[in-house]
Design a protein around this ligand. Structure first.
Ligand SMILES: Cc1ncc(COP(=O)(O)O)c(C=O)c1O
Length: 423
């Protein structure tokens, strides 16, 4: 499609957008009475309008039923998390039994390492990407130290080629081949938080498994943003947070995927708690653990129901809108944003560099050569909510659920003004 940098063109795209009504299902902060232009769905998604109602329902059940809410609430608390498995599984391409919602992301990665990082003999190394999200680096290094290994030797960080902002799939395949029989685990971010790159998860998973390693993915920036087929790709495990593209609220719970082939295994170590015990025998209070035959066996505690409530509202919307439709709009919207950036770059004789490669979700990371933090501050003051990453990068993630084509056009106008007229 040939894009045009005009409000009427953008508004026309909005009129033709089959998902346009979903913008109304979210609450926008306001700037001078108007909804902000929100580019940080990759950090914290907007609040679905329905979220408060689900939270209120739990508060009312607690008030009226107290402890009996566990079994007598319309959505009984003891099975509350179960309603999330099917919609979440369809977002990540899994069987419902392969998915559970529990804890938070870094906590879950540590718990999954208990099952899937088992250094033995020559196979003691972990392969990850260079400059992985810091929490993942801390997690991986502390796990290695916990097993008595030195991260300097046992953590292999796949680097980009000199001068490149993105990896090639070959960078990973080559590293896997090179270290093949020493690898215990390949653990990577499916969508890189910094440059927005979507890795070829299918090929990397296949290569890692062929080399005899386990494969885990941090899908914080992938879940709800890109198409995933965790089951078919044969991924061993994955985890993701729900507060970014899944719009569940600050610091909210994490999703976990464990491939079917690892469920019901007696030989796989796991840290256990009573909520992983089968419901039928849980309240017999027996001393021996009787695992649920699904990913729920990895649950430790009874879940924080108030926290899960907004996630129910959000996943309702995903079920209605459909990942396929969201991804179709994502590509149009991100393509239009790219066009707008190129237009502003040309009109202002700036030197923007989009460092996100063609394999992308909705995030564009832009190097603002010649412009610095003052331009970012200006954008924020004008109601454009974006984020800044050192040394000189802004990340723009137009979530297709609630961002419009007109937002992209308006952003371009503000950006242009910020460059040409900012004092
Ligand atoms: C890629 C990635 N991994 C891990 C985390 C840590 O998430 P949490 O604080 O929920 O453990 C984040 C948080 O933004 C992230 O973006």
């Amino acid at each position: 499609m040939t894009f045009e940098n005009s409000l009427s063109f953008a508004e026309n795209l909005d009129r033709q957008d089959p998902l346009r009504e979903y913008r109304e299902a979210f609450l926008f902060p306001r700037h001078q009475g108007e909804p902000v232009i929100y580019f940080t769905g990759n950090s914290l998604g907007l609040q679905p309008k329905g979220a408060e109602e689900y939270v209120r329902e739990v508060m009312a059940d607690w008030k009226e039923l107290a402890v009996e809410g566990h079994f007598k609430a319309d959505r009984p608390w003891w099975t509350y998390h179960e309603q999330l498995a099917t919609p979440m599984a369809s977002i990540v391409g899994a069987l419902p039994k392969e998915v559970t919602i529990m804890n938070t992301l870094t906590v879950n990665l540590h718990l999954l390492m208990v099952s899937f990082f088992r250094p033995e003999g020559k196979r003691r190394k972990i392969l990850c990407e260079e400059k992985a999200f810091p929490s993942d680096q801390y997690m991986l290094k502390s796990q290695l130290r916990f097993h008595g290994l030195d991260p300097e030797e046992a953590l292999i960080e796949v680097k980009k080629l000199p001068g490149q902002h993105a990896w090639t799939t070959q960078d990973f395949l080559q590293a896997i081949e090179e270290h093949g029989d020493e690898l215990a685990l390949v653990m990577l971010g499916g969508v890189n938080y910094y440059n927005g790159q979507v890795l070829d998860m299918a090929s990397i998973t296949r290569a890692a498994r062929a080399a005899g390693a386990k494969v885990g993915w941090d899908l914080a920036h992938a879940a709800g943003n890109v198409e995933l087929s965790l089951h078919d790709w044969g991924v061993d495990f994955a985890a993701w947070c729900s507060y970014k593209y899944l719009n569940s609220g600050p610091g909210n719970a994490s999703g976990v995927f464990i491939h079917e082939r690892h469920l019901e295994r007696d030989d796989l170590p796991r840290f256990e708690g009573w909520w992983g015990n089968r419901k039928e025998t849980r309240f017999l209070m027996e001393p021996e653990f009787d695992p649920i035959p699904t990913a729920d066996a990895w649950q430790l505690s009874n879940p924080p129901i108030l926290s899960l409530a907004p996630l129910v509202a959000s996943l309702d919307l995903f079920e209605k809108a459909g990942m396929e439709n969201l991804c179709r709009k994502r590509d149009m919207l991100t393509g239009y944003l790219e066009f707008i950036l190129q237009e502003v770059d040309r009109e202002t004789e700036s030197d923007f560099e989009i460092i996100t490669p063609a394999d992308r979700g909705c995030q564009l990371s832009v190097f603002l050569h010649g412009e610095g933090r003052p331009l970012f501050d200006y954008l924020m003051q004008q109601g454009v909510i974006t984020d800044w990453r050192e040394p000189n990068v802004i990340r723009l993630a137009p979530a297709p659920f609630y961002c419009s084509f007109a937002d992209m056009y308006r952003f371009g106008q503000i950006l242009k003004k910020g460059i040409l007229e900012r004092p």
